[in-house]
Design a protein around this ligand. Structure first.
Ligand code: THU
Length: 165
């Protein structure tokens, strides 16, 4: 028998996401951003995974920055789309605030887009920028059945995050 932990309490964390059946309810700005992310997948360099990820970032002044995953023969040396994009913003627009990020994926050899949600490292990287600008960043993703998911902040996607304790 294990120890009885009489002081243990369970903490149940919940996150909420906006879900839309299609992009009709998105703002024009959000739809355009998703289209930019889609377009960015075509410049991805993903000969190893054959999985092309595109990210588009809308700054508060209306500037849109796009990037994609860039792989390497030494697999861990590659860069995810979201990190490529957010670090580009950090490098070139350090004083600008980010409003929204869109991310989407496309397997090689066709135009069939599919959903992807950012990996843990990308979440942490984007969270840094959310904290830095002290304003939440909205993130638009797709589900695998092409519904649209929106999180009102990056922090929302990373419960029990590194900066929280
Ligand atoms: N990838 C991204 O670009 N973003 C993520 O959030 C996770 C994964 C890339 C890395 C690699 O080039 C490919 O997708 C397959 O894992």
């Amino acid at each position: 028998m294990g120890n009885t932990r009489i002081n243990m309490k369970k903490l149940n964390l919940t996150i909420s996401l906006e879900s839309y059946a299609n992009d009709a309810e998105l703002s024009v700005e959000e739809r355009d951003l998703l289209a930019s992310a889609r377009k960015a997948t075509y410049k991805s360099y993903a000969p190893y995974s054959k999985f092309h990820v595109g990210a588009a970032i809308l700054l508060e002044d209306g500037t849109v920055v796009t990037a994609n995953n860039q792989e390497n023969a030494a697999f861990p040396s590659g860069s995810c789309a979201e990190q490529s994009a957010i670090f580009w913003v950090g490098a070139n627009y350090p004083e600008h605030k980010i409003k929204t990020i869109a991310v989407i994926a496309r397997p090689s050899g066709g135009d069939n887009f599919r959903g992807v949600s950012p990996c843990g490292a990308c979440r942490q990287a984007m969270l840094e920028y959310e904290n830095r600008q002290q304003k939440s960043i909205r993130i638009i993703m797709l589900t695998s059945d092409n519904q649209i998911l929106i999180s009102e902040s990056i922090g929302n996607l990373l419960p029990v995050k590194f900066d929280e304790f």
